[in-house]
Design a protein around this ligand. Structure first.
Ligand code: ADP
Ligand code: ZN
Length: 519
């Protein structure tokens, strides 16, 4: 009998298995169900292609990407694998031929679109033949909360019922814990062995800094660390993309804008220049990046907070595909959180969808505020592990200091309460620091007991406190459009000073450049 390793050598021409491939293949060959989470390019295909060749019968691969099926099948045929596909692109004649080949046992592997698989005609055919395994590619398509939801994927649970003896493997590159749980539940993979691996990108340096003067922070980063390099600068809005691209161009960089509002021809041209030329900065919204494969992207900078860890991982992941050192820099501040919370609250979608989005944002905020290794935390989010702190993130390189903020937090929360839980951080900080501006006088806030009790800290220090309180969920942001801060239930023991709290001390980036930029 052929072994997985001999097939790896003889059919695919590779020397050794990569990461968890060998273990996944062994489990599947032994007839077990498997769930594989691996980033794009990790080598998921071999995980089912080899077992399909080892086990008796035809391996059925479910994939939503009809456009790619033909390519995959051609590539396999070139390697001498007897592969075919069934989807809506086939003529009746071609379909009939493929079905005949299946019945005659002339195929090792069949790629099939989900909508085709669930047709009674296809299922009937499958019951007549010997099936070695079912591979469900892009398994996150069963998740209703993701962006790739396909209702036909939900029906794939019938595989378990109709073919209980056939092992199944579900594969995906994008799965946080929640999506993973959904895949398991909807596809009945409770007994599947899970392989979660390969998410680490060791050549990428992760840095997350407080946004105090983003233009100057970005300029320094570009001039002092990235001179001559190509990279991507992500912004939240189209407007800001254009502003930043113009400003960088005026500063002597070759910076091109990219967002969905530009004419297709401009987008195309800018993208091509980015791929072909050196020393180009792409200033873009998240519309840019899908399917961009430029190996020597040396940096990815975010001027606004990504809305989830998945998004952050995917966007930063566009750096350093060539394996050479690459740097990512995220600048974030309280105003980002307020903006995103409001956008999410106002977006269309069910309450559950919105709650889910908020939770993802909270996880992203947690990553921003941690004081331990960012990479360990990032990988833990995907279920992957890293035994030691990485030594290649800002927290490892310059360990952040923490301080006992119990008293200051009590002051902050109490001031939010006294001012009626409807003002943003700026005003509350003014009250704490005893400013006598008009707004304070007009609301009589100079008469509050919390007025002026926080003079010992600077406005920036207070800002950092409020940011962290929001990030930790002790304060909520009112989504009425004004960004007022509201006490969360969970803050009670801190408000009373019953529980100690230590916060991260922001690393001071002193701004010496005279020209202040306002974003
Ligand atoms: P994914 O589906 O996870 O995005 P692929 O299965 O397309 O990844 O594999 C990505 C690339 O890595 C392919 O070019 C594939 O041939 C190659 N590859 C996969 N496994 C191995 C291996 N064990 N040794 C060498 N190359 C491999
Ligand atoms: Zn680290």
């Amino acid at each position: 009998m052929k072994t997985p390793l001999s097939i790896l050598h003889s059919t695919f021409g590779y020397h050794e298995f990569r990461g968890p491939q060998a273990a996944v293949i062994d489990a599947l060959v032994a007839g077990e169900d498997v769930l594989v989470l691996m980033p794009t390019g990790g080598g998921k295909s071999l995980c089912y292609q080899i077992p399909a060749l080892v086990r008796e019968g035809v391996g059925i691969v479910v994939s939503p990407l009809i456009a790619l099926m033909q390519d995959q099948v051609s590539a396999l045929r070139e390697l001498g694998v007897r592969a075919g596909f069934l989807n809506s692109s086939l003529s009746a004649q071609e379909m009939w031929q493929t079905e005949l080949a299946l019945q005659r046992g002339e195929l090792d592997m069949l790629y099939v679109a989900p909508e085709r698989l669930i047709q009674p005609r296809t299922l009937e055919l499958f019951h007549q033949i010997k099936i070695s395994l079912f591979a469900i590619d892009e398994a996150h398509c069963v998740s209703q909360w993701g962006h790739d939801f396909r209702s036909d994927y939900l029906k794939l649970e019938l595989l378990h019922r109709e073919f209980p003896q056939v092992p199944r493997i579900a594969l995906t590159a994008t799965a946080d814990v929640r999506t993973r749980d959904e895949i398991i539940a909807r596809l009945q993979l409770e007994n599947a062995q899970q392989f979660i691996n390969g998410f680490d990108r060791p050549n990428i340096q992760y840095r997350i800094a407080q946004k105090n003067n983003p233009k100057i922070q970005l300029m320094r980063f570009l001039r002092e660390e990235q001179a001559g390099n190509s990279g991507i600068v992500y912004c939240l809005s189209r407007n800001k993309v254009e502003q930043i691209a113009e400003w960088l161009s005026a500063e002597g960089f070759t910076a091109l804008p990219y967002h969905a509002g530009l004419p297709a021809a401009v987008r195309q041209k800018n993208q091509e220049r980015f791929l072909r030329e050196d020393n180009i900065i792409m200033v873009a919204t998240i519309a840019f990046g899908m399917g961009i494969d430029k190996p020597d992207v040396r940096f990815v900078a975010h001027l606004d907070l990504p809305k989830s860890i998945e998004a952050y991982y995917q966007e930063t992941g566009r750096a350093g595909r060539d394996g050479e050192p690459a740097t990512t820099l995220l600048l974030y501040g309280l105003e980002d959180v307020v903006k995103l919370r409001q956008m999410m609250a106002q977006s269309e979608g069910s309450e559950e969808f919105k709650r889910n989005e908020q939770q993802r944002l909270n996880a992203m905020l947690g990553l921003c505020e941690i004081t331990s290794c960012r990479r360990q935390s990032l990988l833990r989010y995907f279920g992957d592990t890293l035994a030691q702190p990485c030594g290649n993130c800002d927290c490892c390189l310059t360990p952040p200091q923490t301080w006992d903020a119990t008293e200051a937090v009590q002051m902050a929360l109490s001031c939010v309460y006294r001012t009626g839980q409807r003002f943003g951080a700026g005003h509350v900080i003014d009250v704490l620091r005893g400013s006598n501006n008009e707004k304070i006088l007009s609301f009589d806030h100079h008469k509050l007991t919390t007025y002026g009790i926080g003079k010992h800290l600077s406005a920036d220090e207070w800002k950092a406190i409020f940011r962290q309180l929001v990030a930790r969920g002790l304060l909520d942001v009112n989504v009425d459009g004004f960004g007022g801060l509201v006490l969360n239930e969970s803050c009670r023991s801190y408000l009373r000073g019953e529980e100690k709290i230590s916060l991260r001390r922001d690393i001071k980036t002193t701004v010496s450049t005279p020209r202040r930029a306002n974003l």
